[in-house]
Each structure stands twice: as C-alpha cells, then as structure tokens.
Design a protein around this ligand. Structure first.
Ligand code: ADP
Ligand code: NA
Length: 332
C-alpha cells in the first residue's frame, strides 16, 4: 500500500490566472487538511519547453510561489518546491523517456495545441514533457493529483508509464495515480471566446483574470466578457448550449463554494447587466486579499527563497530513496 500523497504543479511561464486558481490551487489548499501528504511545485523545467526570458522566469517562479502561499498553501502543512531544485525529477524523467513510446506522445492533444502548425520547430522538451510530468508525480509515489480537466490525458499517460515500467521489470513499484478533477470550474474558459480555455499563455489579456489584476481591471474584464442576450436560467440544464453564460456562472459558483444549481436558484431570471456586477464584486472580494498578500511577499523574496530551499530538502528525503530503488530495479 502506498502512503496517500498528493503532488501537483503549475508552470511559472507567466502570471497566475483565475483558471489556475479555481481549477487547481483552491483544491491544493483544501487537500492540505485532508489525510494526505501534500507536495506542490513550480515546474520551471516544463516552462522552458517554450522560450522564457531568464529574468522573467526567475521572477515568475517566485511570484508563483507567492501566489501559492497567498492562496493558503502553508509551508508548515505542505512541501513547496521549485522543480529544478530537486534534480531527482529530471533523473527519473530520463528513465521514463525510455519507457514511454513515441506513439503515445504523438497522441497528446496539448502538444498539438501548443506546437501549432509547425510541429517540426517545437522543442524536443515540449514533445517529451508528459514523461517528465509522470516523473514529477511518481518520484514521490504520489497517489493523487489535483488538476484541471486539460491535464486528464497527461494523467492517463502517467498511469501508462507506471504500468509499463512495472510490467517490463516485473515489479509492483510505481502506483497508478488518480487524477482529482472536481468542482464547478475544472475548465474555466476564456472571457473572449467560450471555446478556448482561460490561459496565461493567451496573447489577449482581456481573455483572462490574472491573480495580480486590481479591482478595476477585474470589474472591467467581467463587464466586457462575451455573453448572450438571454436571461439566466433557473437550472444548470438551461446553460447546456450557452458556453459563455455557463462559464460565468461556473466561475461564480466556484468562487463562492456553491454548486451551479445553488447559484441559479438565486440569480435565475436575471440579465447579465445585473449578474455581471455581482460576479465582479464577488471576484474582487475573493481575489484582492490574495493579490495584496502576493505583493507583500514579493517585496522581500528572501522569505520565499528560504521556504523553497527548505522544501527542496524535504522533497529530496522522499525522492532520493525512490530514485535509488528505481536505479536498482533497472540494473544501475
Ligand atoms: P496554463 O494553462 O495557464 O499555462 P498550467 O499548464 O501551468 O497552466 O496548469 C496548471 C494547473 O492549472 C493545471 O492543473 C491545469 O489543469 C490548471 N488549469 C490551467 N488552466 C485552467 C483553466 N482554464 N481551467 C481550469 N484549470 C486550469
Ligand atoms: Na495546462
């Protein structure tokens, strides 16, 4: 039996978005207080699969750490790390490059999205990224990974890698990790286009709410968010064919820890002209304490660096023996 252990990560490839917060970080925080050991990671090795300016990467990594802490991840309850400071991730990643198959990687939809039309010009790292992600998880024998819906396919690949490794070497060494994809906002969509997910890498800043946006910016982006002319329905089923409307209600529900039906029981019948200001008020109330705390933490990054150095030591105590045992199994 494996120790119940949670691992998850976010790329320091730009500022945190409301999608990251509702799809991932809020669940990271609640899992700290459940019966799991929790390890949360800034995945800088993943970020450089596409070009990152070095100064931006260094700043974004600390800002992401600040975002985690300001959102409620406690260094006393969780291990908080930066991926490159725990070399066992990359070491196990190489072994998994030799376990994963080219054909598996070619089926990854996120690679197709991120590489775009010119896949030949994408980095080898972008193609191999899911094998490193499997290593991030399995170097801790993590049993559960809270993520947004977009990561589901990568979690399936993680299980495929664990299964093939165990089978090829005749061992029962790596667990079959479960994704934890829960809540009203497992896929927060762009505010400008209900068919695209909200992402820090979207070129349009109006498409997303950044965790560092001030109250005016949040209110303006919500006011301008694309919607339809109809009133809100009184039940979730009424949003099935209305992606933009559904997205705003999902965001409201997730921010307020309600179900979509609970929200619609209160606001059903309202026009967006009435609902959008309510949503903006709620978003500002929930997000501004976080952005203020992030700004405070960023004013003295020595504290963040200390937390990450201690996290790396704690993480390596778990990771080093698992890597050692993996090498033994492989014959190294
Ligand atoms: P991004 O897509 O913003 O670059 P990452 O790839 O670093 O974010 O993802 C970090 C975590 O945030 C993952 O668990 C991912 O599933 C989640 N996530 C990212 N965007 C969204 C979204 N729009 N809705 C819900 N969850 C999201
Ligand atoms: Na993602």
């Amino acid at each position: 039996a494996f120790t119940p252990r949670v691992f998850s990560g976010i790329q320091p490839s730009g500022g945190l978005t409301l999608g990251n917060y509702l799809g991932a970080i809020k669940r990271f925080v609640s899992m700290q207080d459940e019966a799991y050991e929790t390890i949360y990671c800034m995945v800088d090795l993943h970020a450089i699969t596409v070009w990152q300016d070095p100064a931006d990467l260094a700043r974004n990594t600390r800002e992401l750490a600040a975002g985690f802490i300001a959102s409620g991840i406690s260094p006393e309850k969780s291990i908080l790390i930066n991926q490159s400071q725990v070399p066992e991730h990359a070491q196990l990643g190489w072994i998994f490059n030799c376990v994963a198959r080219m054909g598996w990687m070619k089926r990854m939809t996120q690679f197709k999205d991120k590489a775009g039309k010119n896949a030949e010009a994408a980095s080898l790292g972008l193609f191999g990224y899911p094998a490193l992600m499997a290593a991030d998880i399995l170097i801790y024998h993590a049993t559960h990974v809270p993520v947004g819906e977009d990561q589901k396919q990568h979690l399936e690949l993680t299980r495929d890698i664990a299964t093939k490794f165990n089978h090829d070497y005749g061992v029962d060494f790596f667990p079959l990790t479960e994704p934890v994809i829960e809540g009203a906002a497992t896929r927060v969509m762009s505010l400008r286009d209900g068919s695209k997910k909200m992402s820090k890498s979207d070129p349009s800043d109006a498409s997303r709410i950044n965790m560092t946006d001030d109250a005016d910016a949040i209110a303006k982006k919500i006011r301008k968010a694309k919607t339809d002319p109809d009133a809100l329905p009184s039940e979730a089923a009424g949003l099935a064919e209305r992606p933009e409307a559904r997205n705003l209600v999902n965001i409201y529900a997730a921010l307020n820890d309600q179900t979509v039906d609970q929200v619609l029981a209160e606001v059903g019948g309202q026009q967006f002209g009435t609902f959008k200001p309510l949503l903006a008020e709620l978003a500002v109330a929930k997000l501004s304490p976080i952005s203020e705390e992030m700004a405070r933490l960023m004013a003295d990054t020595a504290e963040i660096d200390r937390i990450l150095a201690r996290g790396a030591d704690q993480a390596r105590e778990i990771a080093a023996p698992i890597l050692q045992k993996t090498y033994e199994i492989v014959g190294m």
